[in-house]
Design a protein around this ligand. Structure first.
Ligand code: UTP
Length: 292
């Protein structure tokens, strides 16, 4: 069972400026909660009990969010606001949180390297802090990946989502070697043209790795922007004959990748519509807006 997770949240989030000038994109709210809270809740439901955030400058609000706030609690208790106290239940989620800082934004691969002392010799999960899996983070993909990791004696397990073939140019896409929901991967291609795409299966923000990935990451040459790309390290695993396995997300486990405003707006609307308290009213208001 995989118990350790590395959650990189150090990116600059430039595509979401100005919203992300002084606040991390992972803290942008989607309906009632910040994005990263859905991620943490998903991991807690999937047996993760130790989590390392790889943070950067200006990311303190993430630490504050997962910290207990006794003053706020006392004030809500005095005011007898039990419903609002219930909204803070996640503070007792039971994970142990650790934090480290990426010195420079040298890419996702570089951010993951900061996890090496934390994970030691154990396999670990990488969950992108800006990607929610499933409505309200309801997904057991991590458990399925963990199972595939041990059953297939893999060096890496990657969650993938079926996308429209025209969309492959926005994603890392895998070359499957076999069918089914759990399958071998022989290579990856970063943002291929639809006509060159080896499949329509896009890498979806959750990975399980053996610690061997750190050796590969150290060997990766920085790209034109000076970034260490995680996909290059996974390609090295494939090229050196290590077993890399894909696990498909089911239809009800949509991946919400909140990297740009189009996907942010869409995700917010979808989650707000599903809100048990305000969703129905929001739907009516939207209908009116759209009819105007
Ligand atoms: P993105 O590829 O979306 O990059 O990161 P970004 O820097 O956050 O955003 P843009 O491109 O400037 O708009 C994917 C994930 O990897 C983390 C991000 O925080 C995000 O969770 N990341 C990225 C790091 O931790 N460090 C980096 O150097 C780059």
């Amino acid at each position: 069972m995989i118990r350790n997770a590395v959650v990189p949240v150090a990116g600059l989030g430039t595509r979401l400026l100005p919203a992300t000038k002084s606040q991390p994109k992972e803290m942008l709210p989607v309906a009632k909660k910040p994005i990263v809270q859905y991620v943490v809740e998903e991991l807690a439901r999937n047996d993760i009990d130790r989590l390392l955030f790889v943070t950067g400058r200006g990311k303190h609000s993430i630490e504050n969010h997962f910290d207990r706030d006794p003053e706020l609690r006392a004030s809500l208790e005095r005011a007898k606001k039990q419903d609002l106290l219930d909204e803070l239940a996640f503070e007792g989620i039971g994970l142990s949180f650790m934090y480290t800082r990426q010195a420079q934004q040298n890419g996702l691969g570089d951010a993951i390297l900061y996890g090496e002392p934390f994970v030691g010799h154990d396999p670990f999960l990488v969950a992108l802090g800006d990607s929610i899996i499933g409505m309200n983070g309801e997904s057991d993909i991590v458990r399925r990946m963990s199972q595939a990791y041990s059953e297939r004696q893999a060096a890496a397990v990657i969650a993938v989502e079926e996308v429209e073939i025209e969309q492959t140019r926005h994603y890392g896409v895998v070359q499957p070697d076999g069918d089914g929901d759990v399958f071998a991967i022989s290579d990856l291609v970063e943002k291929p043209n639809p006509k060159d795409a080896p499949s329509n299966l896009a890498i979806a923000g959750r990975y399980v790795f053996a610690p061997l990935i750190f050796d590969m990451l150290r060997r990766v040459q920085p790209d034109k922007k000076g970034e260490i790309q995680l996909t290059d390290a996974i390609r090295m695993l494939c090229a050196t004959g290590r077993r890399v396995v894909g696990v498909k997300l089911s239809k009800r486990e949509k991946r919400y990748d909140i990297g740009n405003f189009a996907s942010y707006y869409e995700t917010f609307a979808e989650f707000a519509l599903a809100d048990p308290q305000y969703g129905a009213e929001f739907r009516e208001r939207l209908k009116k807006m759209l009819a105007e």
